[in-house]
Design a protein around this ligand. Structure first.
Ligand code: FES
Length: 87
């Protein structure tokens, strides 16, 4: 598990193992639009302000992944204990 913080509200939520960031946040009323939910389409792309992303998509190039400033919350996760999202 890891935590995500919503920058605009300052609220922090736990993302349990086996649940996507999108699914976990939706349970708290935070609705990130999704389509493929497999890291293919890019619909869910969200900017990341802090923390280290564990990219699990096939959408971004290696260069974009290395920039560590956006991710696909339908499938990607965190390597750090906290990700701060620009939401
Ligand atoms: Fe398609 Fe996340 S919903 S990449």
């Amino acid at each position: 598990a890891f935590e995500v913080k919503i920058a605009s509200s300052g609220m922090t939520y736990t993302i349990p193992t086996g649940k996507s960031v999108c699914t976990a946040l939706l349970e708290h009323g935070i609705d990130i639009p999704v389509s493929c939910e497999q890291g293919v389409c890019g619909t869910c792309i969200t900017r990341v302000l802090d923390g280290t992303i564990d990219h699990r998509d096939v959408y971004f190039t290696d260069e974009e992944k290395a920039a560590n400033d956006q991710f696909t919350p339908c499938c990607s996760r965190a390597k750090s204990s906290l990700l701060v999202l620009d939401l």
